[in-house]
Design a protein. Structure first.
Length: 417
């Protein structure tokens, strides 16, 4: 399977990778803001036109809201087209006295609780590459055909917008952007040009190293090795040990790379991450994605910032308010509370400002579907509603209305801070 993967065309280009690295350097300097979002774990069966378009729509809508709030460009990075492998806390899952290997994402095995489904299947790697290629092809076709044209935001309206309590505020935001474009074109006499189209980049956790290595290439006219399966690969909490093979792999590629950081980090971890992954302290190369939880960020984040400063780090700071706020209901259903998610984002902005720097982005698990997986928000589900439309096989995601509400709250925070 790996030899066949090595012969297949790459999914992204080195030019796109270097463009994202340049844009992330701008975000490190506070001149732009990163919105990273998408599924916790993609499913092959979700590779459909409607689902892909809906995810694209909610990211576009969130980014429009953030553009107005941040008053600076937004870099859009999707957790899609490759997020098919997932780490698990336990190697085995037990149900009714039967123990089977855990589901580890569609690139590895299947979620059904049978011995056959849970047996790893190398053929799935080829299907993962195929689904990622189909997803990217459709996204690029939509963007190129004008789907993401800021002159026509109605193209990416979701059906719910006119029924939502946030509808008026969203449409006012869209009109603000429209007025800015018309000013440039009518008063200044110039076409908005590149600003009327939106770039999208892809990201996934670089968990399955043989899969990542099979798509890692040398290319003409650019020095070094590039992961061409995604623009922005990252190491998760279970693979971020500085001595791990995953960190060694990230060290060897030219892509911008990320590290998920939880509360258990030490000064030694921070020093080694920076020395290994960004020895030249080059803005745009290394992103720290902090995920502490609403009750722990107040203690953990200032310590992390101090440690990075002690090492002379030039990292981009991104807040993941999802993973540190996962909890289970009394019936054992995994969920997250919207209030906790926003509380962590709000504290992240405040802490970075108090320490005289800026939060450079957010990393959100979301979907464009009307799921009921996270509790709360203005019109969000209660605990008893979770079973109505709970789809995720791994982690709970914000639905489209919760995602947009979070974007508005973040935008207000950026305006008033």
């Amino acid at each position: 399977m790996l030899s066949e993967l090595r012969r297949l065309p790459p999914l992204v280009s080195s030019w796109e990778v270097l463009l994202l690295r340049q844009q992330m350097a701008e975000a490190t300097a506070g001149r732009s803001f990163v919105l990273q979002g998408g599924d916790c774990a993609e499913r092959f069966q979700y590779c459909t036109p409607d689902r892909i378009a809906n995810t694209l729509k909610v990211l576009l809508q969130m980014s429009l809201v953030l553009v107005v709030g941040a008053q600076r460009p937004v870099i859009r990075i999707g957790r899609f087209a490759g997020q098919y492998a997932k780490p698990r806390s336990a190697d085995l899952e037990k149900r009714n006295g039967i123990e089977l290997p855990s589901y580890r994402g569609d690139n590895v095995n299947h979620p059904e609780f049978t011995a056959e489904a849970r047996t790893p299947d190398p053929q799935l790697l080829l299907r993962g590459h195929e689904r990622a290629a189909l997803t990217l092809n459709f996204i690029r076709s939509l963007v190129k055909s004008g789907f993401a044209d800021l002159h026509h935001p109605e193209y990416f309206d979701l059906d719910w917008v006119d029924r939502s309590p946030l509808a008026d505020e969203y449409h006012r935001t869209v009109e603000t952007i429209g007025e800015a474009l018309r000013f440039m074109e009518n008063v200044l006499g110039v076409r908005a040009g590149e600003t009327d189209r939106i770039d999208f980049f892809t990201a996934h956790e670089a968990l399955h190293l043989p899969y990542e290595a099979a798509q890692t290439r040398c290319v003409p006219r650019h020095a070094g090795w590039f992961n061409l399966a995604a623009h922005f690969p990252w190491a998760g909490l279970r693979t971020n040990d500085p001595s791990s093979a995953h960190i060694e792999y990230l060290r060897g590629i030219e892509n911008p790379v990320g590290i998920k950081i939880g509360p258990e980090f030490t000064a030694n971890h921070v020093a080694r991450w920076i020395d290994i992954l960004d020895p030249g302290r080059t803005p745009g190369r290394l992103t720290f994605i902090h995920r502490f939880g609403a009750t722990r960020i107040g203690d953990a984040l200032p310590r992390l910032i101090d440690m990075v400063r002690a090492e002379g780090g030039a990292v981009l700071w991104v807040c993941d308010p999802m993973h540190g706020n996962t909890r289970a209901t009394a019936r054992g259903v995994k969920t997250r509370h919207f209030a906790d998610i926003y509380a962590e984002v709000e504290q992240a902005f405040d802490i970075h400002r108090l320490m005289r720097q800026q939060l450079g982005g957010v990393h959100i698990e979301l979907t464009g579907e009307n799921v009921t997986e996270c509790i709360g928000g203005a019109g969000g589900p209660a605990e008893e509603d979770l079973s109505r439309a709970y789809e995720s096989e791994v982690d709970p995601r914000l639905n489209y209305e919760q995602s947009l509400e979070l974007a508005f709250l973040i935008a207000r925070k950026m305006k008033t801070g």
